[in-house]
Design a protein around this ligand. Structure first.
Ligand SMILES: [Cu+2]
Length: 117
């Protein structure tokens, strides 16, 4: 499969670290494409190191929570341009990876570290 040059894809958490154990992520899509938002434990080799499968996505089996429904919470067909989604979950202290698993978005850099102290 041929791919075009990577687009500029970013995921920017603010803040990137919290001390609370229960957190609600409110995700706003400022981009031109549909996106997803997942929270997973930090991979052993660090942020951005998950293997991408032949379906151009990562293995989501370790997902702790997902916001992928426009104007709602939970699974769906992505967060559309200009829309918000959210997810509430309890996180233990540790390191996490926030990411988008729309096809090729993780491979193109749409992930960020997140710390709970
Ligand atoms: Cu994305």
């Amino acid at each position: 499969m041929m791919r075009q040059a990577p687009m500029m894809l970013r995921l920017i958490p603010s803040p990137s670290s919290i001390s609370a154990v229960q957190v609600t992520f409110i995700v706003t899509n400022y981009g031109a494409l549909n996106h997803e938002f997942l929270i997973l434990p930090m991979p052993a080799d660090g942020v951005g190191t998950r293997p991408v499968g032949s379906d151009s996505k990562i293995n989501e089996s370790q997902s702790l929570g997902e916001a992928s429904t426009s104007c709602g919470t939970g699974l769906g067909n992505g967060i559309s341009t200009g829309s918000r989604s959210w997810v509430t979950l309890t996180l233990c202290p540790g390191n996490y990876e926030l990411l988008c698993d729309a096809p090729w978005h993780y491979a193109d850099g749409m992930y960020a570290p997140f710390t709970v102290s």
